[in-house]
Design a protein around this ligand. Structure first.
Ligand SMILES: Cc1cc2nc3c(=O)[nH]c(=O)nc-3n(C[C@H](O)[C@H](O)[C@H](O)COP(=O)(O)O)c2cc1C
Ligand SMILES: C=C(O[C@@H]1CC(C(=O)O)=C[C@@H](OP(=O)(O)O)[C@H]1O)C(=O)O
Length: 374
């Protein structure tokens, strides 16, 4: 399986391409549109989101909404117009403007705001939503939650390492909708400032044995780091409980036996040990830096005149942590589906489902063990 995105933030449209999906899976376009809407919402989004109405237009690859094994191309129209008159020479600290100018050397910073813009995450969510739909039919559910906005942290300290689904950190979304996090965002709006934060994404029902340690980059953790750090503004990724101040006796998850099966008493490892999924919920925690475009501006240099000037402001999100958490669900869905298809094959969805359902945990085999050790 492979995927990519294309499109300029203020061009005609954004595009998501996903290749190598198994045939025979019914895709719900409504479900894709629901996720596109979720990504657009979230307290702290700016005026641009009022102009866009993201909907998935399937350009190729489905037959009556069924996957066929063909590449799927999805288009999402951009409705906000490009301002042809605007040229910019004052780079925003924290955005790509300056670094991109040193690399590409075109003397108009608006050009760099097209491709570096996080607008492409809409395209990612459109294809990621297909991945999540497939995973769901395989018994794997992905949920995200906002753990922190600025200095306001979710009050459940172990919310990111829950084992039971009903203790899921989705709780924090309720808090975001109603409480202190909203107040924190409003304070930032009043000050013309912006905020970052932390989100978590968990996958429930993931089978053990995905990933590996034979080669460096086979490790599931290494893939998680690479994929999550591709999301604009995500600067840190943690697998499992980030509180590494705990001693080993409290951090590592004891084994136990429950109904004759191996079980765990906690999930601080976040579902991965030695680069391989261990059958526990997978938990990824990501830190998002504050948005670089501030209403009040930041000191910068006008590259045309070399005068120190404040950055200009047209519009911007104040925080994108809730949106990034929805993007994180798609990223995790894509990376897990990719790893699962690598292991189990991608010809037909029914074959894939059968293979996963028929797989059981190994029995201890003394004879084989002895042979191996000789
Ligand atoms: C969903 C989402 C929305 C964003 N919205 C804005 C925005 O409105 N204004 C802005 O300056 N940056 C925004 N950003 C952040 C920039 O895209 C990001 O800071 C920039 O591309 C530089 O990349 P870096 O932060 O990874 O260094 C957003 C990020 C995400 C994930
Ligand atoms: C368009 C989206 O996010 C945009 C990401 C973004 C940035 O610099 O990353 C800047 C803003 O766009 P504009 O400069 O046009 O106001 C955001 O609205 C989106 O998430 O769909």
């Amino acid at each position: 399986m492979k995927f990519s995105v294309a499109g300029d933030s203020h061009g005609q449209a954004m595009y998501g391409l996903i290749e190598g999906l198994p045939a025979g899976f019914p895709v719900s376009i409504d479900e894709i549109d629901k996720n596109l809407k979720r990504r657009q919402r979230g307290y702290g989004r700016g005026k641009r989101m009022g102009l866009e109405h993201d909907r998935a237009i399937i350009k190729s690859g489905l037959w009556n909404d069924l996957t066929t094994g063909a590449p799927i191309l999805i288009e999402i129209a951009n409705l906000a117009p490009r301002s042809e008159k605007e040229t910019r020479s004052i780079p925003r600290p924290g955005h790509a403007d300056y670094a991109a100018w040193t690399k590409y050397r075109l003397s108009d910073l608006t050009i760099y705001a097209e491709r570096s813009s996080a607008r492409w995450t809409a395209a990612l969510v459109s294809i990621g939503s297909i991945a999540c739909q497939m995973l769901s039919k395989l018994g794997i559910e992905i949920v995200s939650s906002v753990i922190a906005i600025g200095k306001i942290h979710c009050p459940i300290p172990d919310s990111v390492c829950v084992v039971a689904r009903d203790a899921s950190p989705v709780y924090c979304h309720d808090k975001l909708a109603s409480g202190e996090m909203v107040a924190e965002i409003e304070k930032a709006i009043d000050k013309g400032d912006t905020l970052g934060g932390i989100f978590a994404v968990s996958a429930y029902g993931l089978p053990s044995g995905i990933g590996g340690y034979g080669e460096l980059f086979e490790r599931l953790d290494s893939k998680i780091g690479r994929y999550f750090l591709a999301i604009p503004s995500v600067k840190g990724v943690f697998v499992g409980n980030p509180d590494v101040s705990l001693p080993g006796s409290q951090y590592h998850d004891p084994f136990a036996v429950s109904n004759g099966k191996v079980s765990r008493l906690s999930n601080n490892a976040g579902g991965v040990e030695g680069g391989i999924s261990n059958g526990q919920p997978l938990v990824v925690v990501a830190s998002v830096k504050p948005i670089p475009t501030l209403e009040n501006g930041i000191d910068s240099v006008n590259l045309k005149s070399m005068n120190v000037e404040k950055t200009p402001y047209v519009r911007s999100d104040v925080t994108a942590v809730p949106a990034a958490s929805v993007v994180g669900e798609s990223m995790l869905g894509l990376l897990l589906l990719e790893s699962i298809l690598e292991k189990y094959g991608n010809d037909s969805f029914d074959l894939l489902k059968g293979r996963l359902e028929n797989e059981s945990l190994p029995c201890w085999n003394d004879g084989l063990g002895e042979k191996h050790h000789r």
